[in-house]
Design a protein around this ligand. Structure first.
Ligand SMILES: Nc1ncnc2c1ncn2[C@@H]1O[C@H](COP(=O)(O)OP(=O)(O)OP(=O)(O)O)[C@@H](O)[C@H]1O
Ligand SMILES: [Mg+2]
Length: 284
């Protein structure tokens, strides 16, 4: 089942003199099974938008429907089964510190599965599997999540959500603070669970990741949805207005084509390997 935003808006501190309209009039339909990237300038409302998906924030106008759950500005329309909703939609915050709470990594990651009904041993098994997926071995199990590096904290926060096997995995800047190898491994792991059926919603400033992994892109601008498109379409346009950088391989291919020695089809490029192959084949 899909996700439907209907005229959704959110105003922070609505009734105070400091009220701020962060997103407005969002109407959007997202199909299941996709790998969707949400991009746009700092402060354009990406994090505010995704927090409506598991009812961490309640819209101040309009609503979002996720399967049978409705998060609405109208009290009578709201589905109040928040626990079920949070099993369906797993959200990893932009700042993982906000998500960690227990005194060991193992307890922290096993909390979710236990909370959703698994016995302690099974929950711990799920936690170990999830930690393995994000690249943390058993030496981390007994460590305090608060004494880890920024990148390790992020991995623990992601494992905590993976352990509950959500149908929609929403990740806000998941590779921030990770080294290049860990970042690539993390993205490939998201891709593999996407292929197994999990819908991925990724907020990122990294257009290289969008090009390589996303099937669809939502561009936000000043609190609104400016475009719903694909990476290929998006990167073939002028992106200055949105403050977006084109992916490196796209820029490289354009420069090679401009030299007239190559005629590379940019729409077929997803990663560096594709570009290298196109060059090796004489740039066709
Ligand atoms: N708790 C808050 N109280 C008041 N205003 C807020 C709050 N959180 C965010 N805002 C404002 O709402 C707008 C949207 O913020 P949001 O965090 O959704 O942007 P973003 O697109 O995720 O930005 P970034 O790329 O920097 O993460 C910004 O103008 C921001 O200043
Ligand atoms: Mg944000």
């Amino acid at each position: 089942m899909p996700i439907d935003f209907r005229n959704l808006g959110y105003v922070y501190d609505k009734k105070s003199p400091f009220s701020h309209e962060a997103i407005r009039d969002i109407s959007l339909h997202l199909d299941e099974g996709k790998f969707i990237a949400i991009v746009g300038k700092t402060g354009c409302g990406k994090s505010t938008l995704i927090q409506q998906l598991n009812a961490l924030l309640t819209p101040t106008s309009g609503e979002v429907q996720i399967n049978e759950f409705c998060n609405s500005s109208e009290k009578k329309k709201r589905t109040k089964k928040y626990k079920e909703l949070r099993k369906l939609v797993g959200l990893v915050f932009q700042f993982p510190e906000y998500q960690l709470f227990d005194d060991t990594v193992e307890k922290d990651v096993s909390f979710g599965p236990k909370n959703f009904g698994l016995k302690k041993e099974q929950a711990i098994e799920e936690a170990h599997k999830a930690l393995n997926k994000v690249g943390l071995d058993e030496s981390f199990y007994d460590r305090s999540p608060f004494e880890l590096s920024g990148g390790e904290k992020r991995k623990v926060a992601i494992a905590g959500i993976l352990a509950i096997h959500p149908s929609y995995l929403v990740v806000d800047e998941p590779t921030a603070g990770l080294d290049p190898r860990a970042s690539k491994d993390m993205m490939q792991m998201f891709q593999s669970i996407n292929k197994e059926g999990t819908t991925i919603i990724l907020v990122t400033h990294d257009m290289n990741l969008v090009q390589e992994f996303a099937t669809d892109v939502i561009v936000m601008d000043e609190g609104r949805v400016a475009e719903v498109t694909t990476p290929v379409e998006l990167f073939s346009k002028d992106l200055e207005h949105y403050s977006l950088e084109k992916p490196l391989i796209f820029k490289t291919a354009s420069k090679l084509n401009a030299s007239k020695k190559y005629n590379i089809d940019e729409s077929k490029l997803r990663n560096v390997d594709d570009l290298a192959k196109a060059i090796a084949e004489g740039g066709k």
